[in-house]
Write a protein that binds this ligand. Structure first.
Ligand SMILES: Cc1cc2nc3c(=O)[nH]c(=O)nc-3n(C[C@H](O)[C@H](O)[C@H](O)COP(=O)(O)O)c2cc1C
Length: 343
């Protein structure tokens, strides 16, 4: 069991993860692209908003539960897809899937776990989502989506921001080698993906909602709604793709204004605190996803570590909601944030 005195915040897990992970894995998890400006901006963007607490509202205990695509969630925090989890802990994706189920939330498995797609689906009875990279080999991609459907995944999250691999200098410097080579020549990610492919993906996985992960502009949000996306994840891949692309939180308002409530909008990138979650929801997100915090929990304590990271975020969120006077997530509104003083 994690020691509660040592693990008070999510960042405490980062410290232990750095101690226990082999250097190459540690750099793989931590790193961003280029000069890591976007990686830093993701965090800083949350500091540019202050919370506006409301009092005397009789909130004795906040309830952070919500719902997405008809699926109840104990808290508006999902596990983002992240690759090669067995390099962080021998139980890898299976542990993360079980942890998400115990915390009452959704685990989104990465395409890179394709070899154990069915094992992940069977790791818990809770709903899981599948993150999709479209490969140049469309036959392989179609077969993977057929397996995703028959294994019982409940949504497809199509990642659109990896038409080329980001310039991850930490990986280059330390000689990071992915443990499996899904990206050999035959299985290269298809750089020619376009809006037309949404219909093709739907045909391969009929009936499953398809979310687009990686939207960063109002223009693309408008196209996503027009193309019939079921949801959007505002994301810059945790700062790992195009350096100096904007912080996710900074572009959330323009995406929300464009989408106009037609489809759920999720956000990931830099979420480390319960107050971050309240800010994202106040600015219009339906839920957030966490990448590195889950990786740190898994590296530090396997399934228990991920459960504990989600516990910390849940307790912090409940505390922030209570102190903001919000008994439910639906009570978190734009009026609960204002620009923070500069400096
Ligand atoms: C180690 C690592 C591996 C990742 N692998 C994937 C992946 O396979 N597919 C994907 O869509 N996103 C991937 N991501 C991006 C995450 O889904 C998410 O967008 C990002 O981690 C959110 O930022 P955060 O780490 O600050 O929470 C990865 C992120 C990390 C840290």
């Amino acid at each position: 069991m994690p020691d509660p005195a040592r693990f008070v915040t999510v960042d405490d897990y980062e410290a232990l993860a750095r101690e226990v992970l082999p250097p190459a894995s540690s750099e793989f998890v931590a790193g961003g692209a280029g000069d890591e400006r976007t990686l830093a901006w993701n965090r800083r963007a949350f500091d540019r908003w202050a919370l506006r607490p409301r009092f005397l509202r009789g909130v004795a205990a906040a309830d952070p539960s919500t719902e997405l695509f008809g699926c109840p969630l104990a808290l508006p925090v999902l596990i983002a897809p992240w690759a090669y989890q067995r390099t962080a802990h021998p139980d890898g994706e299976l542990a993360t899937a079980r942890a998400a189920a115990r915390a009452g939330t959704v685990f989104c498995a990465s395409t890179t776990a394709e070899a154990i797609l069915e094992d992940i689906a069977a790791a818990s009875t809770s709903p899981k989502w599948w993150q999709l990279y479209v490969f140049a080999d469309r036959g392989f991609t179609a077969e993977m989506l057929r397996r995703v459907s028959s294994a019982g995944y409940t949504a497809v999250v199509w990642t659109i921001d990896l038409t080329a691999y980001g310039l991850r200098h930490r990986e280059t410097r330390i000689g990071y080698q992915p443990p499996i080579s899904l990206t050999t020549e035959e299985l290269a990610y298809d750089p020619s993906i376009s809006w037309d492919d949404l219909a093709w993906i739907r045909e391969q996985a009929p009936g499953l909602p398809v979310l687009l992960k990686g939207i960063l502009t109002a223009e693309d949000a408008e196209l996503a709604v027009g193309a019939g996306a079921d949801g959007i994840v505002v994301s810059n891949h945790g700062g790992r793709q195009l350096d100096t692309s904007p912080a996710s939180l900074d572009v959330l308002p323009e995406v929300i204004d464009t989408v106009g409530g037609h489809i759920p909008v999720l956000l990931d990138g830099g979420v480390r605190r319960g107050t971050d979650i309240v800010k994202a929801l106040a600015l219009g997100a339906s839920a957030v996803m966490i990448g590195r915090p889950a990786a740190w929990g898994l590296a530090a304590g396997g399934e228990e570590g991920v459960v504990d990271v989600l516990r910390i975020l849940r307790e912090e969120l409940e505390n922030a909601m209570t102190l903001c006077g919000c008994p439910t997530v639906a009570d978190i509104t734009r009026g609960h944030v204002s620009p923070a003083p500069v400096g």
